[in-house]
Design a protein around this ligand. Sequence first.
Ligand SMILES: *Cc1c(COP(=O)(O)O)cnc(C)c1O
Length: 392
Amino acid sequence: MGLRESDKFGTLAIHAGTHIDIHGSVIEPISLSTTYKQSSPAEPLGAYEYSRSSNPNRKNFEDAVAALEKGKYGLAFSSGSATTAIVVQSLPQGSHAVSIGDVYGGTHRYFTQVANNHGVDTDFTNNLIEDLPKLIKDNTKLVWLESPTNPTLKVTDIKLVSEIVKTINKDILVVVDNTFSSPYLCNPLTLGADIVVHSATKYINGHSDVVLGVLATNNEAIYERLQFLQNAVGAIPSPFDSWLAHRGLKTLHLRVRQAALSATKIAELLSASDKVIAVNYPGLPTHPDYEIVKKQHRDALGGGMISFRIKGGAEAAAKFSSSTRLFTLAESLGGIESLLEVPAVMTHGGIPKEHREASGVYDDLIRLSVGIEDVDDLLQDIKEALEAATAK
Ligand SMILES: *Cc1c(COP(=O)(O)O)cnc(C)c1O
């Protein structure tokens, strides 16, 4: 397949990592074989030996994600959480890490309840830009951030963070969890990050039917170390899941664009409503980080995630989230179908109230993952649920 340097996102999404097999199949078959024939000892016929080390469907998916993230190398894992674990586990004993405060709950749990037992200590801050110079120590090896954050959708200037970190010590790795943006909105490797990680369970697969993680990098030494761990630890996705995630990725640009356009209209409706206290949506010019969004996101799109505070407290939030017709009350995000949740009692229920509220997660906060249903129907659904939740 002759892809060109100049090929744009949609072309790469469809064609990167795809190959025509010996039958001429336009879509590659699912290769379930666990082992591959060798012509003489240690002389494999093709590129593969044993399926944990590598297999065709996983390799195709890894190549496709690398292309969309403008990276040379991709590596897939059995979940986003396994991807995080492998990256953090690649650090030597006695290392120190700095992480953004309102990081994904499972990432916080890994840093504070697993990595610490393996000799990696982490400091958290909600103000990376200001605090990095104070927090970075001689043994700091990694800075971890997520943008936009979950569920309050704060956007961090990735280029500025990378510059600050590399000025202090160019060997410190900058890792960006790009799950909420997806490679369509933002490519952290082009902004100075060393590694970009995804829960492909969300936008990349996009159909809420696969749990899978993936990372990309341009650094060969990092790639070799992480590929070694991918094989040594063995937390790998199956050929079938890799194939499904690759199929999902081919429509990433269409799905994310539509979700962002619909989310913008929904965020505008919520902002204008007298039943709403505040709206967090990075695509609104009133968002405090909108200047960063304009530099960092494709076409200044805000993505498919919104959170907002409803009037009437926890009770109204509960009523709203059980009154929608099209938005399904469920955890997770980034699929074709619209979902909603109440973070204070669902995804962020384990965090003490003061901590939660310090980062904006109040009892009345509702998080929406906007899907790709017709936007008029979604708007009507939100309007009716607002009425139902605040009716006397
Ligand atoms: C879901 C999620 C993860 C964890 O991914 P899994 O595939 O569920 O293990 C990590 N980071 C972010 C931002 C997520 O939303």
